[in-house]
Write a protein that binds this ligand. Sequence first.
Ligand code: ADP
Ligand code: MG
Length: 541
Amino acid sequence: QYQGLARRSTNEVLQLYSAHGQQQKLQRSSVVTRLHGAVKKRLKKDLKSLRSFALELSKEFQHQSRTYLYQVLTAVREIQLQNEAMQMFQMKAFDLEQSLQEVTERYEKEKQKRRALHNSLVELRGNIRVHCRIRPLLPFDTAAGHLVPQDRQRNVSEKVAYAVDDETVLVKCSRPGHASINKTFQFERVYSASETQDIVFADVAPLLTSLLDGYNVCIMAYGQTGSGKTYTMLGPQLEENFAFSLEDESELGIIPRATQEVFRLISEKPPGSYWVEVSVVEVYNNEIFDLLAKDSCGKVFGVKRDVVTTREGKNDVPLLTHETVENASEFLHLVNKGLQLRARHPTLVHAHSSRSHLVVTLTITTIVSEDNFGTSWEDEQTTQRLNKEGFCTQKTRENKSTSSSRASSPAQLEATEKLKQVKTRLQLVDLAGSECVGMSGVTGAALRETSFINRSLSALADVLGAIAEQRSHVPYRNSRLTRLLQDSVGGDAKLLVMLCISPDQKYLTESMQSLGFGTRARQVQRGQVKKKNCPVPSKAK
Ligand code: ADP
Ligand code: MG
């Protein structure tokens, strides 16, 4: 029984136990279901809010993209409008540019016409053309004491002379303790520091055409030492010898360029109708030195010469060496030789070339037929003299066995009676420095040099003054320089004075003096310059 009871109670326990297990199982699955339900509910909620958020976002996105699109479209439209406006402006600018160009062209033409008229006026009045070249500031302007007297050293360079336009120089300076200066000067042409040798020569070239047309021409550079006279006339000089270098053609000055141009113009004429002779003289301490004279061995050495007045009233330097040259390089070779002599010859020793006046003369002889112009235009005496001279020259020429293209061919010799020689002259002058150097403390050779330079340049100014005032007496005889240049300055040549100016304040006094000289030269009226080989109207005689 007991065992039976125990078994029964065990079974009951087991039943109860399993019932309890089942109940527990049931209980557990209902928690999971509840939990599941809760999660599902939550998920649904979240999904719903996510969806509404996404909807909101896409709505927002659409709205914004629409706004941006609108903005882009507006911008594109604006750009299109701006492009159109730009095109219009471009067209307008093009039109304006074109009309500006037209106006500039017209202005240039008018300017040229005015220049030509002014030139004719200058010619009619027999005025002296004055061009003014302002050189750039150079390193030595700041270097203490270079070419400047001790008492005026100032180590700062400051520009006081300007080219306002191509006809006006402005000198503007105000210094403490000095009256301020603000003065303009007018000239036929003003070159600024940036204007090249090419540009300067372009204005000189027409004078060379005149030369071959039968006019005497003289070009002289005036200015203080270091202002660019030699640079303008010859080109940059080499240091030790006085020759100028030919390395850079673009740097060549008026003298070599003028010679090239003369030979170019001659090459366009019938062969043998022109020949060219050169003389090179230096006026130093009122003495004239022939820089091409040769000794018995054919060596070049400087010889003193003098000026005399011929029966025809012309000034001449007897015995002066005239070398025939056939081309520009022969000429340059000769001039270089002459220039080197200045440094070598004992009687010609002076510290630098700016202590003397250099006069290079090209004489151009033309053979013209008398039939071409009748005999009334020049007096009989001159004609006869020229014929005689022509014959002699042709003979010497034959002796020298010069080329057959020259005027010395037999056919031409036979026709001598009908031929006539006309000589025209191109004088190229590099004057000594015009600075007003004080005499105090200067002795010996330097004093002599300075006083001769001062005297010769003031004689030149006096001559110009006398001609300008049309005085009956013109004091050419006061200096050999003025006697040598008398025919050019006094009326029988187209004369161009090239004023050279250093722009630095240090040289203010000298620059004002040079500008004054140029202004005075411009006032000279000598009457119409005569052409040498055409009939001169009787009224003008
Ligand atoms: P000047 O003959 O009047 O005494 P230079 O012709 O010897 O003066 O000129 C002095 C210096 O200035 C030289 O070294 C020269 O090369 C230089 N110079 C002059 N004019 C110019 C210029 N326009 N451009 C450049 N250098 C110049
Ligand atoms: Mg010089």
